[in-house]
Design a protein around this ligand. Structure first.
Ligand SMILES: O=C(O)CCC(=O)C(=O)O
Ligand SMILES: [Fe+2]
Length: 369
């Protein structure tokens, strides 16, 4: 895995470290710093409550002969779906979950030895989106780009091999699965992988952006006022997420339904469509707005594989999807440039590259850097 795209983008846009790292496992009363009000989370008022149960997020069997069509439906209505029969060995998923549990149960002073630096990308710390919110999230994270060795050796100076092996094996499986999913998703848009050369990059283009993010959500004394991870869309092509057997991930349906909880399904992995796939599909595939809520009794863990494009590729709406009736909605952009825009504009990032509102000139690539 290449580290350059994410590392470059994160170095240029360091984290705003207003939030103090707190050892959440030792907190008995929700501190004000972690008490979210409805102003702090503008989407919370539309919370779906009972309605959530009427709508459920599709579970797609990748071996189903209609898988492509089901994916198309899921991407146009949800921007998220679960997959089964994905061929990722169950014991590997269990091992990566255990590795995460082992990591987050270390004492805080040990975890801080592997802390992510303000302009670094790998290591222990809070979700990068924390800097957009005045309140702290009820979660901790560990990001791995490329080899986990450097940070794992800080966590377990004499015993990091198992962790590294598990992570590297999982990264390999995720990379294969992501490329299989790309074939299916592009197919569902009526585009072949041959039409999009960078999907299976050869030679120089091989350099690809990817990362693994472990998220930990300890039990929370006042879960209704706390927020595990605030509402966001992912800045990738797609993310593949495994959640431990405790619900918490919610997806927002804009058509009046509100927040819908993604119930853990044994053996399933979750695919979240990111901003870049939304751009590629010329707006037809939804980049799911999602968040993670917490609960009072159970520790929850998620393992997220971030799948991005090679650094040099400029991505715009796929030419096959654009014609005089369907003009391009976004200007072409590299991932690095998009991550920079996201770091600055967050949930307005797509608007700044929209061609529909005349905000930007399509040829003026450097204007927002
Ligand atoms: O923990 C979860 O379920 C959500 C995590 C997430 O959205 C992310 O890491 O981007
Ligand atoms: Fe996310």
């Amino acid at each position: 895995m290449s580290s350059s795209v994410l590392s470059d983008a994160f170095r240029t846009h360091p984290l705003n470290l207003n939030h103090k790292v707190v050892d959440l496992s030792s907190v008995e009363i929700l501190p004000d710093s972690h008490a979210w009000t409805s102003e702090a989370n503008k989407y919370s008022s539309s919370c779906g409550g009972d309605i959530s149960r009427l709508e459920s997020i599709p579970i797609i069997n990748l071996k189903d002969e209609n898988a492509m069509e089901l994916i198309r439906l899921a991407c146009t209505t949800w921007g998220v779906f679960q997959i089964v029969n994905h061929n990722v060995p169950k014991n590997l998923v269990d091992e990566v979950e255990l590795a995460g549990e082992k990591l987050f149960s270390l004492p805080m002073d040990r975890k801080l030895m592997a802390e992510r630096t303000p302009n670094g990308v790998s290591g222990y710390g809070m979700a990068r989106i924390s800097s957009f919110f005045s309140k702290s999230m009820w979660s901790e994270g560990f990001t791995i780009v490329g080899s986990p060795l450097e940070h794992a050796a800080k966590l377990w100076p004499h015993d990091y091999h198992n962790f590294c092996n598990t992570i590297e094996e999982y990264q390999k499986e995720m990379k294969n699965l992501a490329s299989r999913l790309m074939g299916l998703i592009l197919g569902s848009l009526g585009v072949t992988e041959d039409d999009v050369k960078w999907v299976e990059p050869k030679g120089e283009l091989k350099e690809r952006g990817a990362a693994l993010q472990l998220n930990s959500y300890p039990p929370c004394p006042d879960p209704d006022k706390a927020m595990g991870m605030a509402a966001h869309t992912d800045s990738t092509i797609l993310n593949i997420l495994h959640q431990s057997n405790t619900s918490g991930l919610q997806v927002f349906r804009g058509d009046g339904i509100g927040w819908v909880t993604l119930q853990p399904h044994p053996g399933a992995l979750i695919v979240v469509i990111g901003d870049l796939m939304h751009i590629l599909s010329n707006g037809s595939y939804l980049n799911a707005l999602h968040r993670a809520v917490v609960n009072q009794t159970q520790h929850r863990l998620s393992v997220v594989y971030l799948h991005g494009p090679p650094s040099s590729v400029k991505m715009g709406p796929l030419p096959q999807l654009v014609d005089s009736n369907h003009p391009p909605l976004y200007r072409p952009i590299t991932w690095n440039e998009y991550l920079g825009i996201k770091a600055q504009y967050f949930d307005k990032a797509l608007t700044t590259i929209s061609l529909a509102n005349g905000f930007m000139n399509a040829d003026d690539d450097d204007s927002v850097k």
